[in-house]
Ligand binder design. Structure first.
Ligand SMILES: Cc1cc2nc3c(=O)[nH]c(=O)nc-3n(C[C@H](O)[C@H](O)[C@H](O)COP(=O)(O)O)c2cc1C
Length: 156
């Protein structure tokens, strides 16, 4: 199936995988790592490691970064570009996941629903920059005035 998509599509292609079923006898992180290595052979450029509610028997230890260890196991075993997701909520926390080498990229969902400008706030917190439509250039408070690359506005 993946090979058929790979043959039909020349762009960046990866797969989002449930890293574990969180139940005895279910899908395991070792199987995810093995699948990821096969996907790499088949031309995948990344895997995105999540997990889902698949059984009432699950006991998921929900907490900050609760799926990051799955991403790390897959990254270590497959050497495929790996995205971590799951209760990564703060800019410094996201940066720490990357600096530790637990994942190559991080993704956020619920935090973006709550704060659609999370990326801008992360740029302020981490000293980074983001691209923006010029209509937004005048919006920046002083402490954030450098995040839009070379954007210049006149009087504040
Ligand atoms: C109620 C709920 C159910 C979810 N079910 C799945 C799922 O079945 N499969 C999956 O890959 N991810 C599932 N997720 C994970 C999300 O798709 C997403 O990866 C996660 O919410 C991102 O992390 P964040 O929202 O903590 O940033 C679920 C998340 C929530 C909150």
């Amino acid at each position: 199936m993946f090979k058929a998509v790979r043959e039909a599509f020349g762009g960046t292609l990866g797969m989002r995988i449930s890293g574990t079923d969180w139940v005895d006898g279910g899908w395991t992180v070792e199987e995810t790592a093995a699948l990821s290595a096969q996907l790499k052979q088949a031309g995948a450029q990344f895997v995105h490691i999540s997990s889902g509610g698949v059984s009432p028997l699950q006991k998921i230890a929900l907490g900050p970064e609760y799926q990051v260890h799955l991403a790390k196991a897959v990254k270590d075993a497959s050497a495929l570009t790996t995205i971590a997701v799951g209760l990564i909520t703060e800019p410094a926390q996201a940066e720490a996941v990357l600096q530790r080498g637990d994942a190559d990229l991080v993704a956020l969902a619920r935090s973006f629903l709550f704060k659609p400008r999370w990326g801008w706030e992360a740029a302020v917190a981490l000293g980074g920059t983001v691209d923006s439509q010029h209509q937004y250039w005048r919006s920046l408070p002083r402490e954030a005035k450098n995040i839009f690359n070379d954007a210049k506005i006149g009087m504040r």
